[in-house]
Structure formats: structure tokens, C-alpha cells
Design a protein around this ligand. Sequence first.
Ligand code: SF4
Length: 335
Amino acid sequence: MEKPELLEWLEAVEAAPLLARAEARVRAVFGDRIFIRGIVEFSNHCARNCFYCGLRAGNRDLVRYRMSPDEILESAGRVWTAGVRTLVLQSGDDLHYSREAICRLLKAVKERFPGMAVTLSLGERDPEDYRAFRDCGADRYLLKFETSNPALYRSLHPGQSLEHRFFLLKHLRRLGYQVGIGGIVGLPGQSLKDLAEDLRTVGDFQPEMVSFGPYLTHHQTPLAEAPNGSEALTLKMMALARLLAGRANMPVTTALATLDPSDGLTRGLRAGANVIMVNFTPEPRRFNYTIYDHKLRVDFEQVRIAAARAGRTVSMERGDAPIKEGKEKERQGED
Ligand code: SF4
């Protein structure tokens, strides 16, 4: 699909045929299975100042925390004991955790929990950090581009550029990570054309993981007055992403579940998602990992209900993205 067709779908009032196509596609690739990821948000410190995010450095009212390596490993142990075989380690852009510290952590996780896939979501780091993390066993890296409009990106992310983001994404790909990209739907100043371009970006990049979640406000940010993004539009973005990057793992974001606590998980699954993240950040830490207000804690009970409603089954396996034959070779030749 090219941009005009994508735009037509984004403008369309009737989304049911699109969602049905996406659901058929996800079932064709992954069957009925929904993969579960266990996420541990180990630090809410962040050096950046993204205008929409409650973790931004400029938010002096947030109670900050950093988990020690032992605490992180204890949480990883709970993920393992629950039977979940993908651990997602997430933080703000927090350089307090050095290259060596993250490597020690990765080695300990891999040693204690053999076979566990590790996804890192640590934001922008030195490219050599990514290489070291990969060498120490990291399997996947999430680095959403948030918006593919360079001017909008600049205006929302002081001191950062979309160009650098994609430089890092290509670097991650060359290092052999399964790479996750995606965006926010309903950012202040974002147009439907921008969203169509976001989708083209996904189609061109062919990531192993893709996610689109709604913009949700946080009351302690410069954008506190901006309205939340639309659930209907987010579902259309997810469905189109599924059609453009059919073999990628795609989560229902916690943001979508927060926007629609009663049915967001199910609706996301029906729009082409095949992954749900269950939160293992210990209390009271997780109450302060507030990228946006009223963040929902997704637990196993919610997953079971959503899976049953969507006619799907819950799988705890690693759930690597099926990589196209020859893709590794293609990667070697990429810039
Ligand atoms: S979006 Fe990420 S990088 Fe930006 S302020 Fe929030 S945690 Fe930091």
C-alpha cells in the first residue's frame, strides 16, 4: 500500500473490513497464539525532555527510582517463575547504568535463566553500547521513532533528531538485534499524512517488532492540556501496520489498554496484535513509571480474559519474529 491508499483507510469511517484483514493476517502468520512478555521498568530517571512524557528530566515532581542489579534480577526471576520466556528491560534514557553494568546484568540473566529472550528498551545510547549489549546476549531492542515527521520530531524531542534515531536503528539491525519500531497516534500537531508516512516507514524498514499506541496526556508535562489520542485511529494504525509488516511481533500497548481498560486489549488483538506485555515492575516502583497519567497495570487475568474474548490462546514461549529467509544476508549489506 502506498500513501494515498493508507490515507484513505485512515480517513475512512468504516474500519471493520480493514480490522478483519489484519486479524486474518495475524492468524495466518502466528496462528491463535498470543505471546506474553514480562516487562521490568527498572529506572524512571531520564536525561531527555520529551514534551509528552511524564519521565522527562524537567518533571521535578516525579518520585524517581533506580533498581539495583539484585532487585532487577529478582524481578526477572519472577518473570521466569511465571513461565514467561521473554524479559523486557526498560528504563528512561538513564546513563547511570554504564555499559559494563548492563552487560553484567545481561550475563547474569542469561546464566540464571537459560533460554530467556531479553529485549532492551533503554533509549538512545552510544552505538558501542549496543554492540556490547548484543555481545552479552541481548536479543531484541525497542526504539520507537514516535513520529516520522522530522519537524514534529524535533519540536517534541529537544536536542534530538529523527535522523540520528534512524542511524541508531540501522546500527541495531546490523548488529543482529530483532528491532522494534513504531509511533504515537494523536500527538499534538500530527496530521493523518504524518501517520500515513509513519506506516510507509514501517513498511520500508520491515521491523521484527512494531507498535502503535495512542498519545495519552501526563499532567506534569508541557502538553498536559492536549487531548488523548483516538482509540479508533490507533486500531486502524495497528491494522495497517500488520498488513505492511505481516511477520512482525506487534503488542497491544499498555497505552491502548489504559485508554480503554474494559476492552482495549481485546480490540488490539482483533486489530492484528499478537503480543501482550505483563508488568513485573515491583510495587511501589511501578506507580512512578508514569509516562502518561493513570497507566494501567496489565496482569495475567486481564490477558486471559482478552485472549478468550478474541478467541486466541496464551503462549509463554520466546516468540521470536519469523525472519524471512535470507534477511540476515540482506542486513549485512545494509548501510
Ligand atoms: S519518552 Fe523516553 S526519552 Fe523521552 S522523556 Fe520519556 S522516557 Fe525519556
